[in-house]
Design a protein around this ligand. Sequence first.
Ligand code: PLP
Length: 344
Amino acid sequence: MDKTIDLRSDTVTKPSPAMRQAMAAAEVGDDVFGEDPTVNRLQEKVAELLGKESALFVPSGTMGNEIAVKCHTRPGDEVICEAGCHIYNYESGAAPFLSGVQFRPIQGQRGVITADQVESAINPPPDHFPRTSLITLENTHNGAGGTVFPLNEMARLYTLAQNRNLKLHLDGARIWNASAASGVSVKECARCCDSISVCFSKGLGAPVGSAVAGSREFISEAHRLRKLFGGGMRQAGILAAAALYALEHNLDRLEEDHRNARFLAEVLANIPGIKLDIEAVQTNIIIFDVAETGRSVAEIVQRLKEKGVLVVPFGGTRIRAVTHLDVDQKDIERAVMVLQEVLY
Ligand SMILES: Cc1ncc(COP(=O)(O)O)c(C=O)c1O
């Protein structure tokens, strides 16, 4: 029996034996007291990598984002975001629930919104209007198919935010992929925002963990909010060790995932009835539309599963496949054969 090729998400990776060894050997302490040396080492490394004053280890990307929303807003405020973004669509309504804010979603192009669009969505001073206090961006943009947010537009947006006294938070769950694809360093991206969240549990292959970074003042409040949200962990060095291992060993290989995604996408794009925006395949995510095959998403997902390839329905008639460090070129070649068998 061939191994199952799991392309549902880059979050499905399992820690390698070497990563597990690093976890087992981690020096630990009580992180709520700030005494876990491995967590402290990770936080210092992340702050340094991102060029921010400080960073905080958190259990998930969602918690990183939601801490940032809470820090930067007051209840009743409005948050400008791109319509397909994760914070708005896929965090179980956490921001309105935890921070009492509402969203002003703007339709972007492949996940990118412009400073002009945002400027016209900023509310006039209150009384009647919710106070606009925060802009959130996502790089890479999951819902748009792993697209990279151009640095020049981010810089324009950050200038606008500063001029209008707004904060800008970047959901950088896959900032590593954005940097690998564009050649723009994560530090340059992080320079264009007040806070950034990053994940170690996606393309980098750690089992758990994210970080949020920003000014010392922001992180001091983030530390309080992490406890309030139930994310204060104790001997979390075991998890931080996996994140450190991931940063040391798995950053340089992301290009391989991007090449695999591109190969898969090019084959898919040539299958009759499949609609795929090849320009959007910039990193490790492929989204394709099967409407014109005359078959349902459920049927296609099931037939692929029976043949050992897992993908996920991605809204309407779309399907998503994601490459990652637990699928190599050979696996992708087999996935391509299966896709051709099922879709032709
Ligand atoms: C862009 C983006 N941001 C945030 C998250 C949330 O991360 P987590 O699943 O660790 O909460 C995800 C998860 O896939 C994501 O794709």
